[in-house]
Design a protein around this ligand. Structure first.
Ligand SMILES: Nc1ncnc2c1ncn2[C@@H]1O[C@H](COP(=O)(O)OP(=O)(O)OP(=O)(O)O)[C@@H](O)[C@H]1O
Length: 388
């Protein structure tokens, strides 16, 4: 969808900002460009909407060489969000959002209806915020209007240059989550510039790590964190890349431990047999509808008469299959739990297994090994300390 072919940009003073760059962003893909200040990220991005012209090479958008497209026409097809949002101070939020549809000659009513829809989509109630002016919004809200405005004419391509760079870390994380949710609905082809590696790995389907004017590595976030291509990339992603990788590695069913499962109405004797057969010290307890209830220890099972219901302990720390290892670890810490349940199904009500700290560590190591060898994670072999 966006294709760079041997693109070089040399400024008049001789600075080579971008050097023989070739890469492609597929349709509906979000690629983050990440790297230190001055490495050529913004120059790369601005060449896509012809705010900057390349010295050599060519750029194709949707198969079309953009050097042959009128820049004004081109920009209407490409949404652009920047850090200093650049909202018109004398226009209301609704009118700001309707800017491009208005320029495209849409009728005022239709443009405003579309703007209201977009504001809603970015989490701003148009009936509350639509008539406000930009200086009556918080920084985070202004960024949301910036995103809504960029999407208003439904452009297939979105360029975002540090769009969340000016807000505090808490708001930034919220905007990132909202943007991911939005992107899963609108599926734009996005080029996203950031100097923050955490943001790059969180948002990108793939990330391009920039050195000076060149891409040092272009790969999925987990691969960049798991197997940096060069010492430069390893240094840039940081010594704590293993930790960062937690947020881009999702839980697979094969990562889970399978303790015995008993039901609330099982007799203790029956549960005891299960535990003895599997030589287990505890079992997961499900209710009649197979929803997670909690757990029961071998001691409690051995304690006497009655049913599991009389001795089961509640435990509601869980995450869905596909959640990140980071989310799982965070849930474990939040509940001060030695394990958490992993559930699946539309209502997240089907028990699939449990994740323990040891299993979490193993999943992380397996995913690193899988990336390094190109194997599936379930087939990756890692050494573990015996008895653990
Ligand atoms: N108009 C210009 N004339 C000369 N050199 C320029 C010009 N614009 C940018 N540069 C240089 O080109 C290089 C790349 O700049 P660019 O803005 O693309 O970097 P960046 O990676 O986006 O940095 P940042 O994260 O700080 O925005 C830098 O060395 C910069 O000084």
């Amino acid at each position: 969808m966006i294709r760079f072919e041997h693109v070089t940009k040399r400024y008049a003073d001789g600075t080579t900002a971008v050097d023989d760059l070739s890469f492609e962003v597929a349709e509906g893909e979000l690629v983050t460009l990440v790297g230190p200040s001055g490495c050529g990220k913004t120059t790369t991005m601005k060449m896509v909407n012809r705010l900057i012209e390349p010295t050599e090479g060519r750029i194709l958008v949707d198969g079309e060489d953009i050097s042959a497209v009128d820049p004004v026409e081109l920009r209407r097809r490409i949404g652009y969000v920047i850090q200093q949002v650049g909202l018109f101070p004398h226009k209301t939020v609704l009118d700001n959002t309707a800017t491009v549809p208005h320029l495209l000659g849409w009728q005022r009513k239709k443009a405003r209806a579309r703007a209201a829809e977009l504001l809603d989509l970015v989490g701003l109630d148009p009936s509350v915020y639509g008539d406000r002016y930009p200086d009556q919004l918080s920084g985070g809200q202004r960024q949301r209007v910036g995103v809504a405005r960029a999407l208003a004419a439904d452009p297939p391509v979105l360029l975002m240059d540090e769009p969340f760079g000016a807000v505090d870390p808490v708001v930034r994380e919220r905007l990132q989550s909202e943007f991911l949710r939005l992107q899963s609905q609108v599926r734009k082809t996005v080029l996203f510039v950031t100097h923050d590696i955490e943001e790059a790995v969180r948002l990108g389907d793939r990330i391009a790590v920039y050195g000076h004017g060149r891409i040092e590595q272009f790969d999925a976030p987990a691969a960049v964190l798991g197997a940096p291509a060069t010492p430069y990339v390893a240094d840039f992603v940081g010594a704590d890349r293993g930790l960062k990788r937690l947020s881009v590695t999702s839980i697979e069913a094969g990562d889970l431990e399978q303790p015995p499962v008993v039901h609330l109405d099982d007799r203790l004797a029956q549960a005891g047999e299960r535990l003895a057969r599997e030589d287990a010290r505890w079992a997961v307890v499900l209710d009649d509808a197979d929803r997670l209830h909690g757990w029961i220890s071998a001691e409690a099972v051995a304690s006497g008469e009655g049913t599991v219901r009389d001795h089961a302990r509640r435990m509601d720390a869980w995450v869905p299959v596909g959640a990140s290892l980071k989310q799982a670890f965070s849930t474990m810490l939040q509940h001060d739990a030695g394990w958490i349940a992993v559930l699946e199904g539309e209502a997240s009500d089907r028990f699939v297994g449990v994740l323990t700290p040891a299993r979490l560590h193993e999943a992380l190591r397996r995913s690193i090994e899988a990336d390094a060898t190109g194997a599936a994670r379930s087939e990756a072999v890692v050494e573990t300390v015996s008895g653990s």
